[in-house]
Design a protein around this ligand. Structure first.
Ligand code: PLP
Length: 365
């Protein structure tokens, strides 16, 4: 078993973990934090919670991660941190990004929410920057309900964030209960063949306030509880799941190798993978020119195909972008990719028979 840094400091969500790192770095109003577009609203929310502003960097053309050239172009003297996301588990171009960051003396934080153990040039993600953060909600490689954690590499920063941690409270009882019930429900019910019905039920329940939703209406200020730590029962689940990480990883690798070798539909294209990386995918991305039609058909055929990231700041629509300071057309690659990407599950409940179904669905499009 790996001795896991993931159990360091645990927070109520990944975005809370990110804001905790930024706060420990004294990032505040007037500062900018560079993040990539083609991300989850959790990331800009974590930045905005400190008073700072997100500076959106485009992704590589036809890629999923931060474009080092665009980063170089957009950095300003106000940029006080760079958050590098390893989207779907694919490591970002850490060599160039670290070089740029080191030259300007800007600390790098790694968003490892989609992978715990992918490596880049033989080094595990999360070990390049001053620190990284993780998420354990429903769409992530390890699901513990909701939750996040940090791993800090810089000793001084580590000390600061540990001191700050005493200010973080456990979630209130009712919220803990709701989370526990929701986790048990998910554990019992989720399998890829129930993806679509579970998804719509979950949306209904969270709009009624009966489930811990992934997203809070951004018009009302979005997610607010940036001072909560992870509930104890969630920690227990997390510990038991981290013990199974090797099993999950083996399964994910097998699933992806099946998708890679068997999906040959002209309707989708596979991601280009660099030789520098050993990837453990949270989900396996494909690019499609007919995304909405494909999703509709997948829904009808009851095949799990997810649409994230659906927009450059998932799941925000264009009219909501100003609320997180994203300017339309400022990251064209991200906007294009959001219109074309679909993802397939790699989790432990994806069995051979289900892969057969997914492959035949895609190859018969
Ligand atoms: C899920 C996710 C997060 C954090 O999400 P929380 O819901 O706050 O745990 C951060 N970054 C990315 C890229 C994510 O997909």
């Amino acid at each position: 078993m790996m001795t896991s840094p993931l159990l360091g400091l645990t927070y109520f969500r990944g975005r809370v973990a990110l804001s905790a790192i930024l706060k420990a770095m004294n990032i505040a109003q007037g500062d900018q934090v560079a993040i990539q577009a083609f991300t989850c609203v959790a990331v800009p929310e974590g930045v905005i919670a400190t008073g700072a502003r997100p500076l959106y960097i485009d992704i590589e053309p036809m890629g999923f991660n931060m474009d080092a050239d665009d980063l170089l172009k957009k950095l300003t003297p106000e940029t006080k941190a760079i958050v590098v996301q390893h989207t779907f588990g694919i490591p970002a171009d850490m060599e160039r990004i670290m070089q740029i960051a080191d030259q300007r003396n800007i600390p790098v934080i790694e968003d490892c929410c989609h992978t715990l153990i992918s490596t880049y040039n033989g080094r595990t993600v999360g070990s390049f920057g001053v620190g990284g953060f993780y998420s354990f909600e429903w769409g992530k490689p390890i699901i513990a309900g909701v939750g996040g954690s940090v791993v800090i590499n810089d000793p001084e920063l580590k000390n600061k964030i540990e001191n700050q941690y005493t200010l973080y409270r456990f979630p209130p009882l009712l919220r803990r209960f709701r989370l526990f019930a929701q986790y048990q429900f998910h554990r019992l019910i989720y399998r890829p063949s129930l993806y679509w019905p579970v998804r719509s039920l979950y949306k209904k329940l969270s709009s009624l306030g009966m489930a811990e939703g992934n997203f809070n209406p951004i018009e009302n200020g979005g997610y607010k509880d940036f001072s909560l730590r992870m509930a104890k029962h969630t920690q227990k689940v997390l510990i038991s799941k981290i013990r199974k990480l090797e099993e999950y990883t083996t399964h994910s690798r097998w699933t992806v190798s099946e998708y890679c070798s068997r999906i040959n539909s002209p309707a989708v294209s596979h991601p280009k993978i660099s030789n520098d990386a050993d990837i453990v995918f949270a989900r396996y991305p494909l690019v499609s020119k007919n995304k909405s039609q494909l999703l509709e058909r997948a829904h009808r055929s009851n095949v799990e195909v997810a649409d994230w990231f659906r927009t450059p700041i998932h799941p925000l629509g264009k009219d909501q972008w100003p609320l997180v300071h994203y300017e339309a057309n400022s990251c064209p690659n991200a906007e294009t990719m959001a219109k074309q990407v679909i993802t397939l599950p790699t989790n432990i409940r994806v069995k051979k028979r289900y892969i057969d179904r997914t492959v035949s669905f895609l190859n018969n499009l």
